[in-house]
Design a protein around this ligand. Structure first.
Ligand code: SAM
Length: 246
C-alpha cells in the first residue's frame, strides 16, 4: 500500500512540474536572464566547456541533453563542436520543446533532435550515447535515482555524465543574501515579469530541497558511475557534477 502512495506522490510532483514549465515556456528564456542577471549564460558556457565536445572524429559525437527544454545547452554543444556533435534534446514538456524547435529554426540550426520523453524512462536503447548532459533539470525529476540509472544505461562504456544544477552556497554572508533573494525577490520578479508568482515559488523550493554537492555526488556513485566529482560555480549557487561509466 505504501508503494501505491509513493506512486501518487511521484505522479503529482511530475504533474506540478509540467504545469509550471507549460506556464512559463514562452517567457522561460527571458526570465532566466532577468532572475540570474545573465549568470545562467556563464554557467552554461562553463558547463559546455567542461564537456568539451570534439570538433572532429571518425563519427559524430552523440550527446543526449535531458530536460533540455528550449535548447540552450544543445545550441552551445552544436556551436562549440563546429557541428560535429549531434545533440538530442529530451524533455517531458511539449511546450518547452516547441519553443526550442522554433529557436533552432530561427538560428538556422539543423541536426538537433527534439524528443518528448521522461528522464526516468528514456526512449533509447542501452549504450546509445557518448555523453549525457542535464542542466537545471534533475531537481525537477521526482525520482532522481531512477533518472541517474537511466543516464547510466543509455551511455556507452567510457561515456560521460555531466550535470549542472543549483546547489548549496558555501560562502558565509552570501548565503543570507541568497536566502533573501530566493524567498523574496524571485517570487516577486516571477509575479511582475511572468505574472506567475506560484511557479517561481515552486522553483525556489525545489532548489532548497535538492541534495547538496556531497550527497548528490554519492547518488551519482550509487548509480554506478566512477570518477565522480564536482566543481562549484559562484560559491556553490550552482555546481557541475561529473562521472564516467566504465
Ligand atoms: N536545460 C534547460 C536549461 O538549462 O535552460 C531547461 C531547464 S528547465 C529549468 C527544467 C526542464 O526540465 C523543463 O523543461 C521541464 O519540462 C523538464 N523536466 C521536468 N521533469 C522532467 C522529466 N521527468 N523528464 C524530462 N524532463 C523533465
Amino acid at each position: 500500500a505504501s508503494f501505491g502512495f509513493r506512486d501518487v506522490d511521484v505522479a503529482e510532483k511530475q504533474e506540478m512540474v509540467d504545469a509550471v514549465f507549460h506556464n512559463v515556456a514562452r517567457r522561460y528564456d527571458l526570465m532566466n536572464d532577468v532572475m540570474s542577471g545573465g549568470m545562467h549564460r556563464l554557467w552554461k558556457d562553463a558547463f559546455v566547456s567542461r564537456l568539451a565536445p570534439p570538433r572532429k572524429g571518425p563519427r559524430p559525437f552523440r550527446v543526449i541533453d535531458v530536460a533540455g527544454g528550449t535548447g540552450d545547452i544543445a545550441f552551445r554543444i552544436h556551436e562549440r563542436s563546429g557541428g560535429h556533435a549531434v545533440p538530442t534534446v529530451v524533455d517531458i514538456n511539449a511546450s518547452m520543446l516547441a519553443v526550442g524547435r522554433e529557436r533552432a529554426d530561427k538560428r538556422g540550426i539543423a541536426g538537433i533532435d527534439f524528443v518528448e520523453g521522461n528522464a526516468e524512462a528514456l526512449p533509447f536503447p542501452d549504450q546509445s550515447f557518448d555523453a549525457y548532459t542535464i542542466a537545471f533539470g534533475i531537481r525537477n525529476v521526482p525520482r532522481i535515482d531512477q533518472a541517474l540509472s537511466e543516464a547510466f544505461r543509455v551511455l556507452r562504456p567510457g561515456g560521460r555524465f555531466l550535470c549542472l544544477e543549483f546547489s548549496a552556497v558555501d560562502l558565509p554572508g552570501l548565503d543570507k543574501a541568497y536566502d533573501l533573494f530566493s524567498f523574496k525577490v524571485i517570487p516577486l520578479m516571477g509575479k511582475v515579469v511572468a505574472r506567475d508568482e506560484e511557479s517561481y515559488r515552486y522553483l525556489v523550493e525545489s532548489i532548497r530541497r535538492f541534495p547538496n554537492q556531497e550527497r548528490f555526488a554519492q547518488m551519482i556513485r550509487d548509480a554506478g558511475f566512477a570518477r565522480v566529482g564536482f566543481t562549484n560555480l559562484t560559491a556553490g549557487v550552482a555546481a557541475i557534477h561529473v562521472g564516467v561509466k566504465i
